[in-house]
Design a protein around this ligand. Structure first.
Ligand SMILES: Cc1ncc(COP(=O)(O)O)c(C=O)c1O
Length: 430
């Protein structure tokens, strides 16, 4: 069959809609032709500032030359053996590096998988194997992936869970604290106690799993007293604490793992997305004795911890050191927060500007009334910004949050350009 020339986004979108199932959503009707750091060009030659980073995957930017070079070198050596069949050093080195980075004054071990959902699945497997208990407590508004277990853990029905149940049993949801929407830390901790009373005794709970900052849920930051309260409950009842850092990890929040900023350490941490700068690999790092609970053969996967992913992840760690990206994450966060507060000063719809490090978001309400989340305005701003050359992503339980996940490697100039487009988009919709 003769290929159509790739002329327009519209023509390619028509082919996409005819050939690809509609369940795979589409935020922007744009086909990319190339990308570099925090800029993307579409098939029609239009340039965009990228504030989405492929949903938190590109903390080191598109096509970082050092990461691309590491991947190319790895591909020429060997691209696949399956680690369980023939081992390779990059996997071990990556495990050593992550074990050293993870917080907690105890020995750690790691495994690698391919996707964030797989990392979460394995966290649950490991926690159940160690505790020999079935229950898992997740939180409202949380997002953990699209496999059946991770959908069960996810605390938002539409669109992720619609029509896909039943999900695995013994999963319960407690309240995630959210001061803006009326859920205090006490309410949230009390809701865990209520689960113990109404649904499952604590002695049958293997783990709590939470995001240090909810990603898809709306960039709400878990307060330290909440995390400390959970840790205390976990210690009292022999429950494990899992930090799902698929979105928050790899330097997004100003530290490699967001939970480094917690007053307590989790037992297990999931990681994926930006850990390999655009190449598919995920990981699970945690207490050595917990990680060693499953018997040999119980963990792994054909592509799990692929050599290409490991090489990319090691290169990402080098880039973080060479370019001091953790410090950059903090200064970028300050710049974004100041810029967004500036926009909020003249846009009453923006009811909140929040975040941790460079994981920053704004939340929109009709006329600034915190009782009326404005999903329509959110959609319109995202669309208007794209027309003006800025790629944004929305999120949130009410679909009224705009999140910024611009590469940490983006220049101040480019970040300011993106912020100006956002301001102009709001102004155009007034
Ligand atoms: C916190 C969190 N956990 C798990 C996942 C699932 O990761 P993946 O899409 O790579 O399976 C995501 C993805 O957005 C996430 O944000």
């Amino acid at each position: 069959m003769q290929r159509e020339p790739h002329l327009s986004n519209a023509a390619l979108m028509a082919r996409r809609h005819a050939a690809v199932a509609r369940g795979v959503g589409q935020t922007h009707e744009i086909f990319v032709s190339r990308a570099s750091n925090a800029e993307v060009w579409d098939v029609e030659g239009r340039r965009y500032v990228d504030f989405a980073g492929g949903i938190a995957v590109l903390n080191t930017g598109h096509c970082h030359p050092q990461i691309s070079a590491a991947v190319k070198a790895q591909v020429d050596l060997y691209s696949h053996t399956c680690f369980q069949v023939l081992a390779y050093e990059p996997y071990v080195e990556l495990a050593e590096r992550l074990n050293a980075l993870a917080p907690g004054n105890f020995t750690k071990k790691s495994i690698f998988l391919s996707t964030g959902a797989e990392a979460v699945e394995n966290a649950v497997k490991v926690a159940r194997a160690y505790t020999r208990r079935p229950g898992v407590i997740a939180f409202t508004g949380g997002y953990h992936g699209r496999t059946m277990m991770t959908l069960g853990l996810t605390g938002k029905v539409a669109p992720y869970k619609l029509g896909f149940g039943p999900f695995p049993g013994e999963v319960f949801h407690a309240l995630y604290p959210n001061a803006l929407h009326g859920v205090s830390v006490d309410d949230a901790l009390h809701s865990v106690e209520l689960l113990f009373k109404n649904d499952i005794e604590p002695e049958r709970v293997a783990a709590f799993i939470l995001e240090p900052v909810q990603g898809e849920g709306g960039f709400y930051v878990a307060p330290h007293d909440f995390v400390a309260g959970l840790r205390a409950l976990a210690d009292r009842y022999g429950i494990l604490l899992i930090a799902d850092e698929v979105q928050t990890g790899a330097g997004r929040t100003g530290t490699w793992f967001a939970c480094e900023q917690w007053p307590v350490a989790p037992d297990l941490i999931t990681t994926a997305k930006s850990m390999a700068g655009g190449f598919p690999i995920s990981g699970l790092v945690g207490r050595a004795e917990v990680m060693d609970a499953p018997a040999p053969g119980g963990l792994g996967g054909t592509y799990a911890g692929s050599p290409i992913g490991c090489a990319a992840a090691l290169a990402v760690l080098e880039v973080f050191e060479a370019e001091q990206l953790l410090a950059r994450s903090r200064t970028l966060g300050e710049r974004l927060t100041a810029g967004l507060r500036g926009i909020a000063a003249s846009e009453p719809a923006i009811g909140d500007v929040r975040g941790l490090g460079a994981m920053v978001a704004i939340e929109l309400f009709e006329g600034g009334d915190l009782a009326r989340p404005d999903a329509a305005l959110t959609r319109n701003v995202v669309a208007e910004a794209a027309r003006r050359g800025l790629i944004l992503l929305s999120c949130g339980t009410y679909g009224n949050v705009i999140r910024v996940l611009v590469p940490l490697t983006a220049s101040d100039l480019l970040v300011d350009e993106g912020l100006s487009i956002l301001a102009a988009s709001f102004a155009a919709l007034r």
